[in-house]
Design a binder for this molecule. Structure first.
Ligand code: ATP
Length: 439
């Protein structure tokens, strides 16, 4: 009996993944690609290079879904056990696949290398499995049919090599053509990014939209001061129907969140925030400069990840030392009286930057990123961010960020971008109040 591949379990193997040395980006890649094909990933399993654990996990996974996709453990070392695990699962012996051996030999010949016994090991497959060609490396993938024990009969198990540069082309060329997709099942997804509203308040404003049994299903994640809504609509109709359902959910979110919702699209929240502010300024032929102290150029770095940033972003200055802040135009008296981490200094950095850089908007950041350097009056995490823009009042805000040095620096930069976002949307200085802002 064959069954459509409507849901899948994703398995990643490798000691480096289980001990946290390596992030499982292969699992993320499979999940995203499967979703776009209308296949719902229902579980991710991460297992070490241990034969018994692998066999057990594969057996359990095959009983959960008609499709199991796995990465890693196909190489030539003794720690690569995927082949043996699949053979144990299907009760097959390992046999040499002549065509796979030829492909490995050809790949090695291109690199001027001989075929060793270890390399040849990779051409063995469980007797009833098939090898999947690897255009980018020597380890072939595997495809096996496994008695699932579930109501749908057999499960298709695909095993791909760990390196992403080998796995991705093999997924496209070897796995996708072998999938039995349900043409009447369509999944449409969208990410919407939100700033300036705490997660609990956002959920409250969204109301029924976030109900767990709703379709579209709307989930929220918070990261570094930005919330991301994941909208997922499922239908048995046309793709346009699923897209329309997502459109409706997005429209409803925009209605209740107003300017807090700043962008839609793949990528991280801060990347989208940079893209949004740069796009708005470019449309208006306005320019931005930055003057950074504790973020040491991070804000400029973030802005320049956006292709075409130069249409609005001119650059900036890293004024880490007080002497450099003074040479920019911050008054020595202000530094002495209020200290480098103060609203006054942030304000003068922004206004001096506006003139010196000749821009329409200038963001300035000065703070205590830690782990040392905090005091009772200015604990670690105290950061002042100021935004000077031509023709409007200076917006200077104080934040008390939590987290480690990296968190504090990133949250500082994101808060500056949020201030700019709201200014560009016509909100007055200090409005709306941001997360971590203190008076
Ligand atoms: P190889 O032929 O290179 O040995 P393999 O199938 O044996 O392939 P592994 O040895 O498990 O793969 O992993 C090889 C490399 O692939 C890892 O060092 C890592 O760089 C990358 N990799 C493995 N698993 C993952 C994963 N889950 N996410 C991202 N990268 C991974």
């Amino acid at each position: 009996m064959t069954h459509v591949h409507d849901r899948a379990v994703i398995v990643s193997t490798g000691d480096e993944v289980t001990v946290g040395q390596l992030l499982d980006t292969n699992g993320q890649y499979f999940a995203q690609r499967l979703m776009s094909l209308g296949v719902l990933p229902i579980e991710h399993a991460t297992v070490p290079d241990e034969l018994a654990v692998l066999v057990d996990t594969l057996k359990r996974s095959c009983a959960r879904a008609p499709l199991v996709i796995m990465s890693g453990g196909l190489g030539p070392t003794d720690g690569d056990l995927t082949r043996q695990a699949v053979a144990a699962l299907t009760g097959d012996t390992l046999v040499l696949d002549g065509a796979a051996r030829e492909e490995i030999a050809a790949m090695l010949a291109k690199r001027g290398r001989p075929m060793t016994e270890r390399q040849e090991r990779q051409a063995y497959r469980p007797r009833r499995a098939e090898c999947l060609s690897n255009a980018m490396g020597t380890a072939p993938g595997l495809h096996a049919r496994v008695e699932s024990g579930g109501g749908w009969g057999t499960t298709d198990l695909f095993c791909l090599p760990g390196p992403p540069g080998e796995l991705r082309p093999m997924f496209a060329g070897g796995v996708v053509p072998r999938l039995r997709l349900d043409p009447s099942r369509v999944i449409a997804t969208r990410l919407c990014h939100i700033v300036g509203v705490p997660e609990a308040e956002c959920v409250q404003r969204l109301g029924d939209l976030t109900r767990r049994d709703a379709n579209p299903l709307v989930g929220i994640t918070a990261s570094g001061g930005i919330l991301t809504l994941r909208i997922r609509a499922e239908t048995s109709g046309a793709r346009s129907d699923a897209e329309a359902m997502v459109d409706q959910a997005e429209a409803r979110a925009r209605e209740v969140l107003g300017d807090n919702l700043f962008g839609v699209g793949a990528g991280t929240g801060w990347e989208n925030l940079c893209r949004s502010v740069l796009g708005l300024m470019a449309e208006r032929s306005e320019t931005l400069g930055v003057v950074e102290s504790c973020t040491g150029g991070m804000l400029g770095e973030m802005l320049t990840t956006v292709p075409g940033a130069s249409e609005a972003f001119v650059g900036g200055m890293i004024t880490y030392a007080n002497a450099l802040k003074e040479s920019l135009g911050v008054r020595g008296e202000t530094l002495v009286r209020h200290g480098a981490v103060s609203a006054e200094v942030a304000g003068e950095m922004a206004t001096a930057g506006l003139e010196r850089l000749g821009v329409d908007h200038c963001l300035a950041i000065t703070g205590v990123a830690g782990p040392d350097g905090g005091s009772d009056s200015k604990p670690v995490g105290t950061v002042h961010v100021a935004l000077a823009s031509r023709g409007v009042a200076l917006d200077a805000r104080k934040f008390l960020f939590t987290g480690d040095r990296e968190d504090i620096r990133r949250r500082s930069a994101v808060s500056g971008l949020a201030m700019l976002h709201f200014r560009l949307r016509g909100h007055g200085s200090g409005r709306p109040r941001l997360i971590w802002e203190v008076s």
